[in-house]
Unconditional design. Structure first.
Length: 349
């Protein structure tokens, strides 16, 4: 196993570095210190042929020009916050708005737009890169100087692990994620509609038309959101359920996870190539987004990126929990340490 580095570009006079993690099986994960962006993930099909199974650009300029959050770390808070405000310990915090009246993914110049400090690591059983940064008190309206560390590792079990750690000098809120888009065909011109997805969840967070949670945890039974058994992503795109329609036909919802010992939380399969991604996490939910708002307005390697070109598995706490009772807590108290881990395992049928 090894870690290599190369210059990916220059931003405001600062070099952006791409780290390549490679195991003994040939599986590779490439990531930038800009936004912690995963640019490529290489995995084999059933015949041993490798291809890149995630969406990403070849140049820094493309990441700066387009904002689909391909492979990026987002925070401080993943997802949308209603009216860009919340109350904490009796004080109302007004946040920077970047999606109408709401805030999305931590606001402008969030984690995905930051050059992180980065250092490679090599151990007997894994290789990786450690990203670290401090989000200053008041940035985008959030309280506390927040020290964040995110570690990506790859081992010979073909497991890409993401470990999040954070501490703040004042009580604050924190709910990060990684926004990787998978397409197990390896061909951006092909959609993910015929790939199957299984998620251990019997409830989703219902959404309003502006994608803000209604506060309801909706039972998935009898709907295209019932992914307890594998079903094609196409079912969500074709469904006439109001929750599928309001997010432009497909999925863009937090699935409340029913964790079970020795069971994966989600499993994405491409029946044609036989590639599989299994996901395990300690987070309360995973946001499944089927690329409904991709529209061909930009390209990867000259190929326009169509609707449904990729699907995300964004592990996180329930969205906008500060403004919804029963959604758990995103509060990180002064002196406490936030820790969370997500594993993506690349395998075949």
């Amino acid at each position: 196993m090894k870690v290599t580095e190369r210059e990916f570009g220059v931003l405001d006079g600062q070099v952006v570095t791409e780290f390549c993690l490679e195991n003994d099986n040939g599986v590779r994960v490439k990531a930038l210190d800009y936004g912690g962006i995963v640019t490529e993930t290489w995995a084999p099909d059933v015949t041993g042929n490798f291809t890149n199974v995630s969406l990403g650009f070849k140049t820094l300029d493309e990441y700066l020009a387009h904002s689909p959050y391909f492979g990026a770390l987002v925070g401080r808070i993943a997802g949308r916050i209603e009216n860009a405000r919340f109350e904490l310990d009796g004080k109302v915090y007004e946040l920077t708005k970047n999606e109408g009246e709401n805030q999305l993914h931590g606001g402008p110049n969030n984690f995905s737009k930051t050059i992180w400090d980065a250092a490679s690591l090599e151990r007997d059983d894994e290789v990786g890169v450690v990203f670290s940064m401090t989000s200053p008190d008041g940035h985008n309206g959030y309280p506390g100087n927040l020290d964040v560390r995110v570690t990506y590792t790859l081992n010979n079990a073909n497991e890409w692990k993401i470990k999040y750690e954070a501490a703040s000098d004042a009580t604050t809120v924190f709910n990060p994620t990684n926004h990787i888009y998978f397409n197990l065909t390896g061909d951006v011109a092909k959609t993910v509609l015929d790939q199957t997805l299984q998620v251990r969840s019997d409830r989703i967070v219902a959404l309003r038309e502006d994608s803000i949670p209604t506060g309801e945890l909706m039972d998935v039974a009898g709907t295209a959101f019932d992914l307890r058994e594998p079903r094609p992503i196409r079912d969500g795109a074709a469904s006439e359920h109001p929750q599928n329609i309001i997010i432009k036909n497909g999925y863009d919802h937090a699935f409340v996870l029913n964790h079970a010992p020795n069971q994966v939380d989600a499993r994405l399969v491409d029946p044609q190539s036989g590639r599989v991604v299994e996901m395990e996490t300690d987070c309360d939910s995973v946001v499944i987004y089927s690329g409904n708002q991709l529209s061909g307005k930009f390209a990867i390697d000259g190929t326009p990126v169509p609707k449904y070109a990729g699907v995300t598995m964004e592990t996180q706490g329930l969205p906008d929990s500060m403004n919804n009772d029963g959604f758990g807590s995103a509060v990180l108290k002064e002196g406490e340490t936030f820790q969370s881990e997500t594993v993506f395992r690349f395998t075949t049928i």
